[in-house]
Write a protein that binds this ligand. Sequence first.
Ligand SMILES: Cc1cc2nc3c(=O)[nH]c(=O)nc-3n(C[C@H](O)[C@H](O)[C@H](O)COP(=O)(O)OP(=O)(O)OC[C@H]3O[C@@H](n4cnc5c(N)ncnc54)[C@H](O)[C@@H]3O)c2cc1C
Length: 430
Amino acid sequence: MTPKSEILIVGGGVAGLSLATQLGRSLGKTGKARITLIDRGFAHVWKPMLHCFAAGTVVNENDRISFINQASGHHFEFWPGEVVSIDRAKREVTLSPFHASDGTQVLESRTMNYDAIVLAIGSCANDFGTPGVAEHCLSIDNLVEANAFNEKFRMELLRAFADSSELDIAIVGGGATGTQLAAELHKALDIVDSFSLHAFGKTPPALRVTLLQSGARILPAFPESVSIAAKEQLERIGVTVRTSARVAAADATGFILKDGTHIPAKLRVWAAGVRAPEVTKTYGGLSLSKSGQILVKPNLCSIDDENIFAMGDCSFVADDPLPATAQVARQQANHLGHHLPAWIERKQPVSSCVFQNKGAIVALGTYNGWAALPGGSVWGGGFTHGLSARLAHIMLYRQHQIALFGLFRGLISCLSDWMETFVRPSVRLD
Ligand SMILES: Cc1cc2nc3c(=O)[nH]c(=O)nc-3n(C[C@H](O)[C@H](O)[C@H](O)COP(=O)(O)OP(=O)(O)OC[C@H]3O[C@@H](n4cnc5c(N)ncnc54)[C@H](O)[C@@H]3O)c2cc1C
């Protein structure tokens, strides 16, 4: 009997978990290949929701999808661990030792062989070497960081309640992450308001959020009309938006701008641009972009090795650079999910992945939302349209869940989430 092909998928994010599920349903179920997903964590979260975890406005355990549970129901295997190197000659990856949260080593360093590997390890914040950022700023690139920010946010709010003082937060980066986080933090405080009066007998503290954007407008990926409307909306809820504000350094008290202005901030968030994780440098000498992403051909195969594919934020199609978005990651996963089975079984070449721009959506908490449709038209703003744009934002997540769970379980999950809203607090309080 011919041995099964070994396919490793590294990273169980938007792209990786979707691909593992699709290949499990095709090649895994029929026994034509062994599909193994490797991730450094045990659960998947929809990354475009991380600012809600950071603000504490998403408190639902159902929003974490266990890799082990997903694997057992979809004919693939899962191993926790961080892939730290690739030996392309031996077709072997090395996983670093695995540690428990108290630091105890649970698993030793391991190696795994592959016939094909798909890298989908996402991205992290790019501080462009700005002095003080690594030491003094938080980012919200994964669930651990978003939860760590939330813990600090709740503790600083508590301190501000006790002292009747103000809480200053500054966010660098006026893209979707920074802009949505600024609004979500205000939404969290609005909700806390209704609990706080009884619990502390004090009026809630003033939250002063400053959004710093180096360019001339926030949300530069959207049409100018959305940037203007979003800025006005943020200012209405109390966010200070400073455009053309280039940050020169960060320290323990705030940010220093290029013109010398000091922006005071108890909590400092860096959300300006992304790059691939440093570890791509140790992936078998693969060619990388300036931001460390793996250079791939239009069919998502590495330009150096026909057995290595990369997709999502950690990949870079040199001929047709695409933004680091969930939409791109999902389309690339669907493309490989469709074409890899024939490549594995018959070595049929994988065709080019053609990105179809379906537009972009931004939601400012429950305050407003906009969708920029292909062709330049904009939909959203105002109460009714803002509401529909916000609903469309939620629908993208539900679509992702349905793709992973199947229609029936996906709809049950939506229903149970909706029912839980009647019994759990709408903001994280502990
Ligand atoms: C706060 C926020 C809001 C956003 N909002 C939007 C939005 O509204 N719309 C939109 O389109 N996009 C948005 N994005 C961007 C979007 O989330 C990403 O483009 C998308 O998640 C990329 O998917 P991915 O599969 O490439 O990586 P990810 O989803 O980041 O997944 C990477 C996975 O790889 C794992 N991993 C990393 N390194 C290793 C390793 N060495 N070994 C093993 N596993 C590893 C990680 O644990 C993770 O599970 C947002 C991002 C953030 C942070």
